[in-house]
Design a protein. Structure first.
Length: 326
């Protein structure tokens, strides 16, 4: 009888343990999101990323949790936020740009890192090659250096007498040198003179425009840079005040009142970034996921801005635009 009671108690205990374990809530994966810019500036890309996650069946707050960290245009804060995400033991870190990727890589070589966009992941030392990343970093590249030459070509098409072009860039930004090299090649063919202006701090924006005015530039071009991104409104307003045509790095500049942009379709990039996160969460190693290059590009024109600048966009240029803001 004692033996039967013992067996009954043991069975009851085991069943109770199984029941309790069954009642334990499943661990919800946490995604760390690291950006040098601010939430409003990254809003379009974040929205596309969330769209991609929803398309894969994820419900935020139920199937996944996203921990956002924004440096608000202060790159020196990135290391702090990257370390914070590591302490939170997130399952994957998604980075908005190369500075963010570097900060995340310096904080961890174990947690998978997915780049939403990076101008030169091999040149930056993030991956061994696009086909075989080799470490804990993978994702999407915006590597298309010839795009900077396309910027000059489009400016030349709407300004046939284009001669002096100011270029706002940041030599510490990965991919900047490659873009500038391609632009210089295009400038030689188009007989255009470039004046490169370094913008590393917010104060450099006003200095750059003083130089642009003094040099009587015909137009200017803005290379992708977290500093200029946080000063988007200021730059667009200064362009309007100076009545200067400009080519910008992404469509959100044009939506904010800039004249034109020609760039990889970042919304497509960010929707695809969600598929990388999905694979990583399902156990695929970052080292085994090749880095993708852009396949879709977007040309956006703001006709309202063109009118304010007294410009007439040639019909053949207008016909090639993917989006026209009127």
């Amino acid at each position: 009888m004692t033996g039967k009671i013992f067996i009954w108690l043991l069975a009851t205990l085991l069943l109770g343990t199984v029941y309790v374990e069954a009642q334990q809530p499943a661990k919800i994966p946490r995604i760390g999101f690291l950006a040098a810019s601010s939430a409003p500036i990254a809003a379009t890309r974040i929205d596309a990323f969330r769209q991609g996650l929803r398309a894969l069946g994820y419900v935020e707050g139920k199937d996944i949790v996203i921990e956002f960290r924004f440096a608000e245009g202060k790159p020196d804060q990135l290391a702090h936020y990257a370390a914070e995400l590591v302490r939170l033991k997130v399952d994957v870190i998604v980075t908005l740009g190369p500075r963010d990727t570097r900060a995340a890589r310096d904080a961890t070589r174990i947690i998978p890192i997915v780049m939403g966009q990076d101008s030169d992941p091999v040149g930056s030392g993030f991956v061994d090659s696009l086909a075989r990343p080799g470490g804990n970093i993978t994702g999407l590249s915006t590597l298309a250096p010839e795009i900077s030459g396309k910027h000059l070509e489009l400016l030349k098409e709407i300004l046939p007498r284009l001669f002096r072009v100011a270029v706002l860039g940041n030599s510490t930004e990965p991919g900047n040198a490659l873009l500038l090299k391609e632009m210089e090649l295009a400038a030689g063919a188009l007989k255009v003179q470039l004046n490169y202006l370094e913008v590393r701090d917010p104060e450099d924006v006003e200095i750059a425009f003083s130089t642009i005015k003094k040099d009587r530039a015909d137009a200017f071009n803005v290379l992708r840079n977290p500093i200029t991104a946080t000063r988007r409104k200021q730059i667009v307003d200064l362009a309007a005040k100076s009545r200067l045509p400009a080519m910008y790095a992404t469509p959100d500049w044009v939506e904010a009142g800039g004249l034109m942009s020609y760039a990889p379709d970042l919304r497509d990039n960010w929707r695809r970034a969600a598929t990388y996160v999905d694979k990583v969460l399902k156990g695929v190693k970052s080292a085994d996921l090749p880095v993708e290059q852009p396949t879709k590009f977007e040309f956006v024109i703001n006709l309202k801005t063109a009118k304010q600048l007294g410009l007439t966009i040639p019909p053949n240029v207008l016909a090639r635009a993917d989006k026209v803001i009127r």
